[in-house]
Write a protein that binds this ligand. Structure first.
Ligand code: FE2
Length: 586
C-alpha cells in the first residue's frame, strides 16, 4: 500500500500544501495561486484540496498530515520575548495575543475542522527541520551538509546539519533575535520596501552601490571567527515591536530611511547612498553565509551543500557560498522560503518518522495545477476570444514571435513551485533587443526600472554566454544563482545583464520542461541564440497567474502581444478593441 503524506505550512506567509506518496512529490502548491492574495498566509485549504485531487484521493486516504513547525513553541518564544521587553512590547503583545489566541494557537483544531483530517494523524515537524528536509531529501545528494537560514522559526534563525542516509543530524543552531534574515528585512524596511516581499529588490539595488557602510553593518550584525554571528540589540526593534524593525541608533549609522514608494535613482545623490547601504548589507550577508558554510565544511568534511530558508533565495550570495568555500556542489530548494516548509515536513515525516525509502529528487518546478487542452479551448470558446490552435507548430511559432520582437505570455503545464517563473507561467521576450528591458518594464510589468530581467538558456549553451562555476548545476536549474555574463556578451544582451555585468540565469534541461526546452531550441535555430528573457507571468503586486482565466485577464490588462496557452495562440492585434490595451495603462 502506498504511503501518503500531506504537508502543510501556514499562518506566517506563503502558505502551501504538498502531497508526497512513497517519498515522491506528487503535487505542491502555494495558497496564493488559488486565492490570488500575494503571500497568502491563511490555512491552505484550496491548495490542500487540489493536492488531494491531483493524487486522486480524499483526506481519508491520507496516512499522515505533517505540519511544518510547532506552533506552541513559537507562541512561547513570542510571549517570553514580549515579557522580557515589557512595557516597550505592549502593542506587539496586544497584537500577537489577538492573532494567536483567536487563530494561530488552535492549528490542530483548524486543521481538523477545515481539512477534515483525524487529529491522531497529525505530525509536528520543526521549522528549520522542515527547511532542512525540503532541500536535502529533494536534492540529488545522498550525503550533504545542510544550512538553513531565515528570519525565524520557533526559536532558531539559523541551523547547521549533517544529512546522511541515516537522516538529518542537527549540529548547531542560532536563536532569535540573532537573525540574518530579520536584519536583512530591517534593511529592506529602511530602504523603503515591504518586508517579506522586497528583499530581492535590496539585492538588485546592491549592484548599484559600493559597500561603504560595511563597517557600520558589522556593528549591527557581528560576525565571529568560528562562523557564528550575533546581532547588537541596540540597533533592532523586531524582537519587541510588530511594526518597526530598527532603532534611532540604526538611523544614526545609515542616515534617513527612504519613504516607501518614493522615487529614487540608485545612480546618484540620495539614491546612491541608499544603494551603498544595500550593497553593504548584501556584502555582510554574503560574508556571514560564507562563514557559516565554511564552519559546516570543517565539521562535516562533506563535498555537497544543501541550503534552504528565505535567505537561500539570495541568489547573489549563493554564488559567493559556492565559490568561497571548499564545497564542490550546491543545491538550493526552489521554494527555499516558508512555502517549502510543507514539502519539507512531508519528506521529513516519510524519511525520518516513518523510516520510508528515499524517493526521487525533485526534477522540475511544474508541480502545480495544470489545465487540459480541452479545458483551455472551451474557456476561449465560451469567452468568444479569437484564437487559433497551432498544434505542433507551437514552439516554432512562439520562437518566430520572440525573434520578431514580440513580448509573449507562455502558459504551459502545471504552475511553478516556489517564487520563480521557470517556463510554465512566464513572460518571454528577446534578450538581444536593446529596448526590451524598458519595454517589458514599462508596458508589461509596471515595475522599477532599476531591476533587471533574468534569462532562460537551453542546457548545453549556457557557457557561451555566462561564466558558470563548477558545482552550480542545481541552483542554475532553479534560477537561484547570479553569475557573471561573459564580457563580450554584455553589450549584446542589455535586457538581462545587470549593471554589474551579472545575470540570474535559468538553465533549461529537456527532462525538466520539454516544451520550454523545444521553444529555446527553435529560437536557437531561428536566431542562433537559444536564450530568452524570462520574467514571471503576473502584474506588479499580483501572484503569478495560475489558471487560463488569470492568464487571459493579465494578458488583456498589459502590453503583451501574444499569449500561448497549450497549443492555442491568442494574438492581441486580432482582438478588436484590445490591441492598444497596454498603451493605455501606463
Ligand atoms: Fe522559514
Amino acid at each position: 500500500m502506498a504511503r501518503t503524506i500531506l504537508g502543510i505550512s501556514a499562518l506566517y506567509h506563503d502558505s502551501s500544501a504538498t502531497l508526497v506518496v512513497d517519498g515522491n512529490v506528487v503535487a505542491a502548491a502555494c495558497e496564493e495561486r488559488f486565492s490570488r492574495l500575494k503571500h497568502d498566509s491563511s490555512l491552505p485549504v484550496r491548495a490542500a484540496q487540489w493536492c488531494l485531487e491531483q493524487g486522486g484521493i480524499t483526506i481519508d486516504d491520507v496516512d499522515h498530515l505533517a505540519y511544518y513547525e510547532k506552533p506552541l513553541k513559537k507562541f512561547e518564544r513570542l510571549m517570553i520575548m514580549q515579557l522580557l521587553h515589557f512595557p516597550k512590547s505592549f502593542k506587539a503583545f496586544q497584537r500577537a495575543s489577538m492573532l494567536w489566541l483567536t487563530d494561530k494557537l488552535w492549528v490542530r483544531n483548524n486543521l481538523v475542522r477545515e481539512l477534515g483530517i483525524h487529529p491522531s494523524k497529525i505530525l509536528w515537524s520543526e521549522h528549520h527541520l522542515s527547511h532542512a528536509a525540503s532541500t536535502f531529501y529533494a536534492s540529488p545528494f545522498e550525503e550533504a551538509a545542510v544550512l538553513t537560514v531565515d528570519g525565524v522559526g520557533e526559536w532558531a534563525t539559523t541551523a547547521l546539519w549533517r544529512g546522511t542516509p541515516d537522516g538529518l543530524e542537527k549540529l548547531h543552531e542560532i536563536h532569535f533575535p540573532h537573525s540574518i534574515g530579520l536584519v536583512y528585512s530591517a534593511f529592506t524596511a529602511f530602504l523603503g520596501f515591504r518586508v517579506n516581499n522586497g528583499e530581492y529588490k535590496v539585492m538588485g539595488m546592491a549592484a548599484y552601490g559600493e559597500p561603504r557602510f560595511e563597517e557600520e553593518v558589522r556593528r549591527v550584525l557581528i560576525l565571529n571567527d568560528d562562523g557564528s554571528f550575533s546581532v547588537d540589540k541596540k540597533y533592532i526593534k523586531y524582537h519587541y515591536s510588530a511594526t518597526e524593525s530598527y532603532t534611532k541608533d540604526f538611523e544614526e549609522l545609515f542616515g534617513e530611511p527612504r519613504f516607501p514608494g518614493s522615487h529614487f535613482d540608485p545612480t546618484s545623490g540620495e539614491g546612491k547612498r541608499l544603494a551603498d547601504v544595500a550593497a553593504s548589507i548584501q556584502k555582510v550577508t554574503e560574508d556571514c553565509l560564507v562563514g557559516l558554510a565554511n564552519r559546516l565544511y570543517e565539521e562535516t568534511g562533506l563535498e555537497n551543500l544543501c541550503m534552504a530558508g528565505g535567505v537561500a533565495l539570495n541568489s547573489v550570495a549563493n554564488l559567493e557560498v559556492l565559490t568561497r568555500t571548499p564545497f564542490k556542489r550546491l543545491h538550493v530548494h526552489p521554494a527555499a522560503g516558508d512555502a517549502g516548509g510543507s514539502l519539507g515536513a512531508a519528506l521529513w515525516a516519510h524519511n525520518e518518522v516513518l523510516d520510508g525509502a528515499r524517493g526521487e529528487p525533485v526534477n522540475h518546478a511544474g508541480l502545480g495545477k495544470s489545465w487540459t487542452h480541452e479545458q483551455i479551448g472551451e474557456m476561449l470558446k465560451d469567452l468568444k476570444i479569437a484564437h487559433e490552435d497551432i498544434g505542433d507548430d507551437l514552439c516554432q511559432q512562439a520562437a518566430s514571435d520572440i525573434a520578431d520582437g514580440k513580448v509573449i505570455g507562455w502558459f504551459q503545464g502545471g504552475f511553478e513551485w516556489g517564487p520563480r517563473a521557470l517556463g510554465f507561467r512566464s513572460i518571454l521576450a528577446n534578450p538581444r533587443d536593446v529596448e526590451m528591458q524598458d519595454r517589458v518594464n514599462e508596458k508589461v510589468k509596471f515595475r522599477e526600472r532599476f531591476r533587471p530581467f533574468a534569462p532562460s538558456v537551453m542546457a548545453g549553451a549556457e557557457s557561451r554566454y555566462f561564466e558558470i562555476p563548477e558545482g552550480a548545476e542545481q541552483p542554475i536549474r532553479w534560477m537561484l544563482m547570479v553569475v557573471p555574463v561573459k564580457e563580450d556578451q554584455r553589450p549584446l544582451m542589455p535586457a538581462i545583464t545587470h549593471i554589474d555585468g551579472t545575470a540570474r540565469i535559468h538553465v533549461v534541461e529537456k527532462s525538466a520542461n520539454p516544451a520550454y526546452h523545444s521553444l529555446l531550441e527553435a529560437l536557437g535555430e531561428k536566431t542562433g541564440h537559444p536564450i530568452v528573457l524570462n520574467t514571471s507571468f503576473n502584474l506588479k503586486g499580483e501572484p503569478i497567474v495560475s489558471s487560463p482565466v488569470h492568464a487571459l485577464a493579465t494578458f488583456m490588462r498589459c502590453g503583451l502581444d501574444v499569449l500561448y496557452m497549450g497549443s492555442y495562440r491568442i494574438d492581441k492585434s486580432q482582438m478588436r478593441g484590445l490591441d492598444r490595451v497596454g498603451e493605455t495603462t501606463e
